[in-house]
Design a protein around this ligand. Structure first.
Ligand code: NAD
Length: 495
């Protein structure tokens, strides 16, 4: 990798030899080709990554398989637990560097990436406790004779982790943590727009004592390295986060060897505000439910259903709130919203904004690319559309940008019908002071997570997952470890 000079450039970025991480060491892609990644705040080239292809994926899978069958399989639950505690300490010590890498790579403000520290460390500790919890059951049987019957759980093997660009700092840990806890090994394919923190983490894991081959990283394009991982016949499970379209391709590719899948895909989540809500909380809650991470969050509450009698007041306050969100250089600690991840994403989001206006929605606030000192970066203003209807493109397709669509409703039944009129089912929220309305909404919204008088709160111990086209498989909670294990029934005959 090579990097343009940035005041606080992490040394890791300046090392041209750190390309693919396979079997505990760095190597170049077999093709020798590189891909450029840009700093979205400046548009300048940030690093050159190895363009891994199927042959590199194959090497990484072989290393992961050898580690799985080799010394790693001898680690007891207690040893994996102790290792995760060491990993926790190493990541803790290096977190500022990792946060800086994500900020430079994908544009999330430092205020956000640094704040992710607690969450990442909690995830590692959570997985450490799970390593002692790969439990089977002894089950009374009705077989004729003298039998003991039980179930045991065993690691599935090699797990492919396909990571998106919108939060690799955290996203990678759902896969690495589960693998280290269960005894699986992993090959990670980070997104081409945000690979750096994943590469650096793999190196740090080796320092922490994770044996070579247990965690491997192959960078490259989704259609090449990603597709090769998804269809590799010696990968036992894929944990994928990304778009629904790619999720479908991963499902098809998994058929080759019946891979297990965990898919967290797109969303178009409803956020429903009733007239009786505490608007002082609902306005910032709904706004940041979309503007956080510049709207690049899978469960962002982008369809904002507002009861008609408060529509005008709510939109006015929402637009005013949007103007208070500080957008700018993500390295400035006071900035709340950075650029979009890439030029491609910038044009995609601006295209949706044009389409919203063309289809008759009212642009109430924002809507433009930022100019002046920020014109080289991929910045879009916090944007609010009013008078949207649920059939418009901006209400149906995932924009993945800071764009809210306000859709009015009159009754609770109508709100629920519109909220569920979507292919997606990732998240949803209701703001109300009426317990009957709350009850109707929390049971009625068809999604993997429902928030009441808050937005986007996710507890590791509870976890979350998708419904409908938003995917399947649970992340977090006591079920998290189960995704990395298969179950075996054992029957012992004493006669
Ligand atoms: P994507 O689904 O194409 O990419 C996600 C990951 O999948 C990346 O690592 C990519 O390299 C990999 N990938 C791409 N094609 C693949 C294939 N054929 N086989 C295996 N892996 C493949 O998403 P994107 O193009 O980066 O973003 C497009 C849209 O996806 C966004 O605008 C947003 O709507 C959605 N998205 C959702 C999430 C989420 O958290 N649910 C995250 C990122 C993107």
């Amino acid at each position: 990798m090579t990097a343009h000079q940035i005041p606080s450039t992490p040394p890791f970025l300046l090392d041209p030899d750190k390309q693919l991480f396979i079997n505990g060491s760095w190597r170049q892609a077999l093709s020798g080709e590189l891909i450029e990644t840009r700093n979205p705040a400046t548009g300048l080239v940030l690093a050159r990554l190895a363009k891994g292809t199927g042959a590199d994926v194959d090497l990484a899978v072989k290393a992961a398989r050898a580690a799985f069958e080799g010394p790693w399989s001898q680690f007891t639950p207690h040893q994996r637990h102790s290792l995760l505690i060491k990993v926790h300490d190493v990541i803790d010590r290096h977190f500022e560097e990792l946060a800086m890498l994500d900020t430079l790579d994908m544009g999330a403000p430092l205020s956000r990436t640094l704040k992710a520290k607690d969450r990442v460390l909690q995830t590692i500790m959570f997985c450490a406790t799970q390593s002692m919890n790969c439990l089977g059951q002894t089950i009374p049987n009705s077989l004729p004779g003298n039998f003991t019957t039980m179930t045991v759980k065993a690691p599935v093997g090699v797990v492919g982790g396909i990571i998106p660009w919108n939060g690799p700092l955290i996203g990678q840990w759902w896969v690495i943590g589960g693998a280290l806890a269960s005894g699986c090994t992993v090959v990670l394919k980070p997104a081409e727009d945000a690979s750096l923190s994943v590469l650096r983490t793999a190196e740090l894991l080796l320092d922490a004592g994770v044996p070579p081959g247990v965690v491997n990283v192959v960078t490259g394009l989704g259609a090449e390295a990603g597709a090769a991982l998804a269809e590799h016949p010696d990968v036992d499970r894929i944990a994928f986060t990304g778009s629904t379209v790619t999720g479908r391709a991963v499902i098809r590719a998994s058929a080759v060897n019946m891979k297990r899948l965990q898919l967290e895909l797109g969303g178009k989540s409803p956020d429903i505000v009733f007239a009786d809500a505490d608007l002082d909380r609902a306005v910032p809650g709904a706004a940041m439910g979309v503007f956080n991470n510049s709207g690049q969050i899978c469960y962002a509450g982008t369809r904002l259903f507002v009861q008609r009698q408060i529509q005008d007041e709510f939109v006015e306050r929402l637009v005013a709130y949007g103007k208070t969100v500080k957008v700018g250089d993500p390295l400035d600690p006071s900035v709340q919203m950075g650029p979009l991840v890439s030029e491609r994403q910038l044009h995609r989001v601006l295209g949706y904004i044009d389409q919203g206006s063309a289809e008759g929605a009212t642009l109430a606030g924002g809507g433009k690319r930022l100019e002046g000192a920020l014109s080289q970066g991929y910045y879009v203003e916090p944007t609010v559309f009013d008078h949207v209807n649920n059939d418009m493109t901006i209400a149906r397709e995932e924009i993945f940008g800071p764009v809210i669509s306000v859709i009015p409703f009159d009754t609770a039944d109508e709100a629920l019908r519109l909220a569920n009129d979507t292919d997606y089912g990732l998240g949803g929220a209701v703001w109300t002071t009426n317990v009957k309305t709350m009850n109707q909404m929390m049971h009625g919204i068809k999604a993997g997570a429902v928030w009441v008088n808050c937005y986007g709160a996710i507890d590791l111990a509870v976890g979350f997952g998708g419904h409908k086209h938003s995917g399947y498989g649970w992340k977090g909670g006591t079920q998290h470890i189960d995704g990395f294990l298969y179950q075996k029934a054992i029957c012992i005959n004493y006669d």
